[in-house]
Design a protein around this ligand. Structure first.
Ligand code: FES
Length: 197
C-alpha cells in the first residue's frame, strides 16, 4: 500500500488556504528521508516568491504491531522497508519517555534501524534504559550509541550520522511503518526495488 497522496494533497491545500506552510509533517519527513528513490517531484512555496522542487519518496505502509501488545522497554524486531540487506529494525515503547517522532498517547513508541550508521555494526540486543534516557548501543564495532528520544542522534562513539528512524503511524490500536528518515547503512537508496521498477 502506498502513501495516500490524495489525502496529503487535501491537507496541504487546506493549510495553504490558511496561510500555513504548504507541506504536511508526513510529506516533510518523507521528503527529507531519502532522495535517491524518486517517484515524483513536487513544487513547494516555502518562502514568498520562491518555489523549490522536492522529491517525494513513497514507502510501503507495513503493519508492525498492536500498541496494546507492547511491553515497556522490550524491543520488537521487524524488517522495513523490504526484506533485503540491512532492513533489520526495532520498535519499542519507551516506558512513557516522550520521543521525537514518537506515537501513542505518551509519544513514547518509536522505531529505528538495527544497523549502525557508521559501518553497519549490528545493534540487536543493545537497547538500554538509563534513568530517563533511552539509547541503542554501544555498537560492538566502534562503540557508537544513539539517543532514541532525539531522532537517533549520536551520543558517543565513531558514528557521525543519526541512526535512521522508521516513521510510524497509529490507526486505532494498530501501528504501521510508513517511511524512513535517513539512509539505511550500505544502501544508496532505502528501497532496493523502486516502486516504479
Ligand atoms: S560500525 Fe558501529 S560504531 Fe562503527
Amino acid at each position: 500500500m502506498t502513501t495516500p497522496v490524495g489525502t496529503i494533497k487535501r491537507e496541504e491545500e487546506s493549510a495553504a488556504g490558511h496561510g500555513l506552510c504548504v507541506m504536511t509533517r508526513r510529506r516533510f519527513l518523507m521528503t527529507g528521508s531519502a532522495a535517491a528513490v524518486s517517484v515524483s517531484t513536487i513544487s513547494l512555496s516555502l518562502f514568498p516568491g520562491r518555489v523549490v522542487q522536492a522529491e517525494v519518496v513513497e514507502y510501503p505502509r507495513k503493519h508492525i504491531a498492536r500498541l496494546s501488545a507492547l511491553k515497556d522497554d522490550q524491543p520488537l524486531e521487524f524488517n522495513y522497508p523490504d526484506n533485503e540487506a540491512n532492513s533489520a529494525a526495532m520498535l519499542v515503547k519507551m516506558g512513557g519517555v516522550k520521543a521525537g517522532g514518537g506515537i501513542g498517547p505518551q509519544g513514547d513508541v518509536v522505531a529505528f534501524s538495527y544497523i549502525c550508521s557508521h559501518q553497519g555494526g549490528p545493534l540487536q540486543n543493545r537497547y538500554k534504559v538509563v534513568d530517563n534516557h533511552r539509547v541503542l548501543g554501544q555498537c560492538p564495532l566502534h562503540l557508537s550509541t544513539f539517543d532514541l528520544t532525539r531522532h537517533g542522534i549520536v551520543v558517543s562513539g565513531q558514528a557521525y550520522e543519526n541512526l535512521p528512524q522508521v516513521l510510524l503511524e497509529l490507526e486505532g490500536d494498530e501501528i504501521y511503518a510508513v517511511g524512513i528518515m535517513g539512509l539505511l547503512y550500505g544502501r544508496n537508496r532505502n528501497l532496493i526495488k523502486s516502486q516504479k521498477g
